[in-house]
Ligand binder design. Structure first.
Ligand SMILES: Cc1cc2nc3c(=O)[nH]c(=O)nc-3n(C[C@H](O)[C@H](O)[C@H](O)COP(=O)(O)OP(=O)(O)OC[C@H]3O[C@@H](n4cnc5c(N)ncnc54)[C@H](O)[C@@H]3O)c2cc1C
Length: 436
């Protein structure tokens, strides 16, 4: 996805591009063909609503920037209500053909196993980056800076947490400043609430690992439902332990268990539920997590998951032009940069392709404006995210700077989203216009 879009953008700017694709010579467990831009699972690019949905806005921006992925998705669209679903074979064949037919593009089939020493490179090898290249990247970045699994705890919009129930406090009030002492949102549970929560967790629908996906996974990040299976009290002695916390709404009531949420971005608009990585199906997650007092009306910026996924610690490794700081002739794009999803990956490819081509042509291209969807995403992965807890991210409105003077909460949501998307379109159009 990202590599195809990057190549298309750079080639259209007049730069000669070579795509290196290891398939079909070297396979992954998820891909089935040797085509470029193969959709490995769902055939949907999600919502196409560019006024009320952040993914739809990303579609809009990619179309405005003459993106290949959106162009071919539009051509092979299938009926799917408000979603942009496609015929996956026709889609990836047409992306492959468009790139093969482009006079500035050459496709070479074969695996790259080393970080190249010279030239301009974009590494967009995705969640299933081959082992050899993964080892070369770890050798450069340090083993801790390249992950092979994501263990994503659900992320909640801060404004949707009921602060009449939850309170702000770090365990044992730890920290030098008041901000640190109040770094966590706490949601208390009584014993009956905890017991009902464990029952729901055990009964919930779960997804299975793909074949070949589990190796090396169980070391550090157990899903909460697996912890619950090990014993009904396990969570209460783990991520839900109630110690060192006093409920400011009812100081005399000692909670039986506490769910903690930690700030997930510098803007303070997103919070992740600490230690709550899960393999529950998405529908089950929303039902089970809304049983947590304080989260009964929670809106989720993204749900939890555990997947095989190769991704960099981008907040420390990449600059805002997606260059590897230690080797600036190499850029990264796509899922390996810590975004998640076909659309987000392609969007990061679009940016990387333009940045690389501009550099080759001796121009300076400013990074995408922070108020656009692409800009919000790149800003998040290269700086806005909490570096310590960095995990892959979908595009969502929690990444956007608030628009002044608009109502918070559910009531004002429609107007707020419209204001975000209007502002984004204007900022992105200006950024594009400056390049023409
Ligand atoms: C099993 C699975 C299911 C997923 N399901 C969805 C979904 O339903 N919806 C969604 O939006 N996202 C999904 N994703 C997440 C993600 O958005 C997609 O994987 C997306 O394709 C990522 O785009 P990308 O361009 O970063 O990587 P890819 O599209 O995977 O492209 C990377 C390319 O690099 C090649 N490559 C890897 N290593 C080398 C090497 N060393 N040398 C040369 N070539 C190499 C690969 O063969 C591949 O063609 C899924 C991911 C996985 C693993």
């Amino acid at each position: 996805m990202a590599g195809s879009e990057a190549a298309w953008q750079a080639a259209n700017m007049g730069v000669q591009v070579i795509i290196h694709e290891m398939r079909p010579k070297v396979e992954t467990f998820a891909h089935r063909t040797g085509n470029l831009a193969e959709m490995v699972c769902s055939n949907s690019f999600r919502s196409d609503d560019d006024e009320q949905n952040a993914v739809g806005l990303l579609h809009w921006e990619m179309r405005a920037a003459n993106g290949l992925i959106m162009q071919m998705a539009g051509r092979h669209r299938l009926p799917a209500g408000g979603a942009l679903a496609v015929d996956r074979d026709q889609f990836s064949e047409s992306v492959t053909n468009a790139l093969h037919d482009h006079p500035n593009v050459t496709v070479e089939y074969g695996e790259i196993t080393e970080l190249p020493e010279h030239g301009h490179w974009i590494i967009a090898t995705g969640p299933l980056t081959s082992q050899g290249l993964g080892a070369a990247i770890s050798a450069e970045t340090g083993a801790d800076a390249l992950a092979f699994f994501d263990a994503i705890a659900p992320i909640v919009y801060a404004e949707s947490v009921d602060m009449n129930v939850a309170w702000l406090q770090s365990r044992y009030d730890k920290g030098e400043t008041e901000e640190e002492q109040k770094a966590y949102l706490n949601c208390p549970m009584t014993k009956p609430q905890y017991e009902a929560f464990i029952d729901a967790l055990l009964a919930a629908d779960k997804t299975e690992f793909h074949e070949g996906e589990t190796a090396g996974y169980f070391d550090g990040c157990l899903p909460i439902e697996v912890m619950a299976e090990r014993g009904r009290e396990t969570l209460r002695h783990g991520p839900m332990k109630p110690v060192g916390l006093t409920n400011t709404h009812a100081p005399e009531n000692k909670a039986y268990a506490v769910v903690q949420l930690r700030r997930d971005n510098a803007l303070g608009t997103l919070y992740n539920i600490v230690g709550f990585q899960t393999k529950m199906k998405y529908g089950a997650q929303t039902d089970v997590f809304r049983m947590i007092p304080g989260l009964q009306n929670a809106s989720f910026a993204r749900l939890g998951g555990i997947h095989r996924n190769t991704f960099l610690h981008s907040p420390t490794l990449l600059d805002d032009q997606m260059r590897l700081k230690s080797r600036p002739h190499i850029r990264f794009a796509g899922q390996i940069t810590g975004v998640e999803g076909y659309v987000e990956s392609s969007a990061m490819g679009l940016l990387a392709g333009r940045f690389a081509a501009a550099e080759i042509l001796g121009k300076t291209l400013p990074t995408a404006p922070q108020d656009s969807a692409m800009g919000a995403l790149i800003h998040h992965i290269t700086g806005g995210a909490e570096a310590k807890t960095f995990q892959p991210m979908n595009v969502n409105f929690g990444l956007f700077r608030p628009v002044d003077g608009l109502k918070g909460g559910r009531r004002g949501r429609k107007d707020r989203y419209k204001a975000y998307t209007d502002r984004a379109k204007e900022a992105f159009s200006e950024w594009l216009a400056d390049q023409s």
